[in-house]
Design a protein around this ligand. Structure first.
Ligand code: AMP
Length: 154
């Protein structure tokens, strides 16, 4: 198996040399991972490049590229799974907090095109800040944007 970060030709990140999805292969047990927990539908394993040790990834076993491809029927089971795994990660690492985040698309930082959630143990005073926060120019701008988004939902 060629490590994801060692591939420097035309292969997409998140695929092996055969063009197969790395996380599908992990879920199928065809390439090794540090497994944490699994059910029939979900699989949790340690991230190779942890923000903090214990950084865990949760994936659906059935391939979905990003959140927009996920079967909503998995929602309830996913939340229970995240809570169970998240609690175990916190208790094991002694974390005082937990970030759960998920990237969709290259511009959002997604490198592996198989939906996954990052569970990152956090510690008081660890100094990590995920991203800077900005401001709207005015309340009109903010309310106008909310109105445009609402219009797409009606
Ligand atoms: P993202 O940027 O949200 O797509 O995150 C992809 C994550 O997958 C990164 O944090 C990588 O360190 C992690 N990763 C990639 N390949 C593997 C692997 N084979 N085993 C464990 N983690 C991996």
């Amino acid at each position: 198996m060629i490590p994801v970060r060692a591939v420097s030709c035309s292969i997409s990140k998140g695929e092996n040399i055969m063009g197969e999805c790395i996380f599908c292969l992990i879920a199928q047990g065809k390439i090794p991972s540090s497994k944490i927990y699994e059910t029939d539908s979900l699989y949790a394993f340690l991230d190779l490049n942890p923000v903090h040790k214990g950084h865990t990834l949760i994936i659906p076993k059935k391939h979905a590229g990003n959140i927009f491809d996920l079967d909503p029927a998995l929602g309830g089971e996913l939340v229970s799974f995240m809570k169970k795994v998240g609690r175990a990660v916190m208790e094991t690492t002694g974390a005082t907090g937990l970030n759960i985040y998920q990237n969709n698309g290259r511009s959002a930082g997604q490198e592996v095109d198989h939906l996954h959630w990052h569970l990152i143990p956090r510690f008081d005073g660890d100094g990590l800040k995920l991203w800077p926060q900005g401001k709207y120019d005015s309340m009109e701008e903010m309310n106008g944007l909310a109105e445009k988004i609402r219009a797409r939902l009606s």
